[in-house]
Design a protein around this ligand. Structure first.
Ligand code: IVH
Length: 746
């Protein structure tokens, strides 16, 4: 529970006050840690920025009270006149975690940049045996007449889950030594952060700072991965915890946090290690460019490169032995590669550091030169990732969430479990049919899966571990918040909904959605504030957000609000009164209509009036809108309640006519055409390219390929979408061809 900070007076804090503050701070530490982990580990914002800031500021204020209190005790102790009551009090220590962290963040801002002489690339992915066979046969095809095993070999290396780095050495003519010059992180692949001093702290038997220059070598860039051993990671965390400092969620996270420290003395104390596995420039030349490379003077294959690095004192993972086998393996057949992959996967837990897959590289340089690169990845190498992480844990409780459309989602509250370093304590159960299918019960041991950024889910119940007397989960009949009877919207629909449009949980979820970034984008209305304004009946429906002005004076008097934040809030509300049509449509929360569909609708109809009149046929003619969605859209615009809600909103806000980018040349081939982007683009991310297509060519970017797709633009490692597009006879363009088109018509 949020504390009323104003009630604490540092001069007269009593034991109860201190206890209250400590309890709340402990609670805040857990919450903030959870949100930080979700954000930094899973790219998942569990709460809005404003809500996060609110918690952080509350924590800072409480920490400050304790700090002032501690200082007041000091004063008491040096009071020569004695008799000060505070001199008998004890200091409250260890309650400064948030303050420390805020300080640390500021420091991080100041790394200088290094432009990498040769880009640091990424790798395409392989997921199964078929992909691996495709990879090998594509190479055989490209290396005309050459066969895997006979004419070229593939080396398999572990994919280390750390941070890429590049370290440059240059010749010191006097001593004839190659001397450590600078080091950089991978950054965006072209420009990284200067970590010269940080990497320098790594011991010489892992990263020598000089080595004897081979004949003719004037400079070399050695590249690899910085990591922390799993055991060292645990010890580091134990130490951090003891000191009351940040505990890291994964070894990778700890390595990143330790390396990217402006205060190098901190890096020096951390147990960082590294492996070298590739190179960049050699003698000022791009070593991947067959015509130019000078790397061939020193090694002619990846194996020889690893030998070179090892001979000069660098740590390489071919040296690590597990069950009598090296972590790198030269192979001459797909089955050998798969056998090695399985071996490493099985013995993964015996490896002292985290790896997240294997990397296969065509070994000899001449073949690599012939194969070259596609966009940001080499054609001669691929990453074979390990499957999603699974874990077993216990279901403590099954809770119910009420969404903005009233849909009830059951959630398994779990005994927290560490999955690849991330603490997981909840998993979605999707819906009640899923609970029945799995027969999940409170107290059950379940197998859960967490794949990438996806919300963890329950895969199966371990029935042999079920406790006696466990009870089958009973579907709720009424809404957990308002008690209204639950129902299905249509026969056959899986979701159970609360049908009470006035259900507080639904209204709050709607309000939250209405003010969210993709809708009206109003800053300063956290869920807490929405809740409190709702309770005061200042917000009864979404349009009330624009009528909050009448409560301005009362608002200023509220706890934790104040004049400044109230002013900020109203500035944000006023700025949102002019809104583009697509955001407006999104904010209406029409069932099934998300941000992408809202944009499609806005672009097609251009005005709200036109959209209101849209016919079923007009709607389904839009790529990306199916029959069911069209029905929902029509139903929405033919409903009295929604129309009056729209009219009320229009009395407060102005919806702008949708612009399709200022002056698009309608003669261009992509104008009004649907286009799909796939694969890895070199020049920019896919989202940005979609934006360009929309803004500059008036195209309509889509997510998936179908018979209605007009163009497909593909980058590196394009997979099934490209094949499907070719099969359907969709026009396919390379990334370069697409940008030529942009150049020509914009
Ligand atoms: S080779 C052109 N080898 O994985 C060569 N990369 O997804 C590209 N990585 O950014 C890299 N272990 O940071 C290579 N044995 C290994 C690796 C490895 C980890 C990382 C690397 C890269 C990412 C590519």
């Amino acid at each position: 529970m949020k504390l009323d900070i104003a009630k604490f007076d540092v001069k007269s804090l009593d034991e109860n006050n201190i206890k209250e503050i400590k309890v709340r701070l402990d609670e805040l530490y857990i919450l903030l840690e959870k949100y930080d982990n979700a954000y930094y580990q899973n790219d998942d914002s569990m709460i809005s920025d404003a809500e996060y800031d609110e918690l952080k500021n509350e924590g800072l204020a409480l920490e400050k009270i304790l700090k002032d209190y501690n200082a007041s005790i000091n004063v008491g102790q040096v009071d020569l006149f004695g008799g000060d009551s505070s001199s008998s009090a004890e200091k409250v220590l260890g309650y400064d975690k948030i303050g420390k962290k805020v300080g640390a963040k500021v420091v991080k801002a100041g790394f200088s940049k290094i432009t990498l002489p040769v880009s640091m690339l990424s790798l395409g992915n392989i997921y199964n045996e078929e992909d691996l066979r495709d990879f090998v046969s594509r190479i055989e095809k490209d290396l005309i007449g050459k066969k895997f095993g006979k004419d070229f070999q593939v080396i398999a290396e572990p994919k280390i889950d750390g941070l890429g780095f590049s370290a440059r050495y240059k010749l010191d003519e006097k001593s004839g030594m190659m001397v450590y010059d600078w080091a950089s992180t991978r950054g965006d692949g072209q420009v990284g952060e200067d970590i010269t001093l940080n990497l320098k702290t790594i011991s010489d038997d892992i990263l020598p700072k000089k080595f004897k220059a081979p004949e003719g070598m004037t400079s070399v860039e050695l590249r690899g991965e910085v990591y922390i051993d799993t055991k060292d990671f645990e010890e580091l965390n134990a130490r951090q915890e003891e000191k009351g400092e940040k505990v890291f969620s994964t070894p990778r996270n700890a390595a990143a946090g330790s390396l990217r420290q402006l205060d190098v003395s901190v890096t020096a104390k951390r147990p960082l290690k590294l492996f070298v596995y590739t190179y960049g420039e050699v003698n000022g030349k791009n070593s991947f460019d067959g015509g130019d490379s000078e790397a061939v003077n020193y090694w002619s294959s990846q194996d020889e490169f690893l030998e070179f690095a090892k001979a000069n004192g660098f740590a390489v993972c071919s040296d690590v032995i597990i069950e009598g086998r090296s972590l790198t393996f030269d192979s001459s057949s797909v089955s050998e590669l798969l056998e090695f992959y399985e071996f490493i996967l099985e013995n993964r837990y015996k490896i002292p550091f985290d790896i997240d897959g294997m990397v296969y590289k065509v070994a000899d340089l001449e073949s690599q030169f012939k194969l070259g690169f596609v966009a940001r990845a080499p054609r001669w190498a691929m990453a074979h990732k390990f499957p999603a992480e699974k874990a077993m844990t216990k279901v403590e409780e099954i809770t119910l969430q009420v969404g903005r459309t009233g849909v009830i989602t059951p959630v398994a509250e779990l005994d927290p479990v560490n999955m690849g370093g991330v603490i997981v304590s909840r998993a979605t159960l999707h819906n009640f049919d899923e609970i029945d299918r799995l027969d999940v019960r409170v107290g059950d041991v379940v197998l859960i899966e967490r794949a990438g950024d996806v919300i963890p889910k329950v895969l199966e119940v371990k029935l042999d571990k079920r406790e006696e007397g466990s009870e089958k989960f009973v579907r709720p009949e009424v809404c957990p918040v308002c008690g209204t009877k639950l129902a299905r919207k249509k026969d056959g629909e899986v979701a159970l909904r609360c049908t009470n449009l006035n259900c507080p949980a639904q209204i709050l979820a709607k309000l939250k959605y209405f003010v969210s970034k993709a809708a009206f984008n109003i800053d300063g209305l956290s869920i807490k504030q929405l809740e409190s304004f709702y309770k005061k009946a200042w917000l009864k429906s979404c349009v009330d957000v624009f009528r909050l002005g009448q409560y301005r004076d009362d608002m200023i008097k509220l706890d934790g609000f104040g004049l400044k934040s109230v002013e900020k809030l109203f500035a944000s509300i006023d700025a949102s009164r002019k809104i583009s049509l697509d955001r407006f449509i999104y904010a209406l929360a029409i069932p099934q209509v998300g941000a992408a569909t809202s944009r499609l609708l806005a672009e097609k109809f251009e005005t709200l009036d036109a959209l209101k009149e849209a016919s079923f046929n007009e709607l389904v003619s839009i790529e990306g809108i199916g029959d069911l969605m069209a029905e929902d859209i029509i139903a929405y615009f033919h409903n009295e309640d929604s129309l009056s809600q729209i009219n009320e909103l229009l009395s407060e806000v102005e919806v702008m006519i949708q612009e399709r980018g200022a002056d698009v040349n309608a003669e261009n081939p992509m104008f009004d055409k649907s286009v799909v982007f796939t694969g890895t683009l070199q020049k920019m991310g896919r989202k940005e390219a979609q934006e360009k297509a929309r803004e500059l060519l008036g195209a309509k970017p889509q997510g998936s390929v179908s018979a209605k797709t007009d163009f497909l633009v593909y980058g590196a490692s394009a997979g099934s979408k490209l094949k499907k597009a070719q099969d359907l006879g969709v026009i396919t363009l390379t990334e370069d061809e697409f940008f030529e088109m942009v150049e020509k018509y914009s």
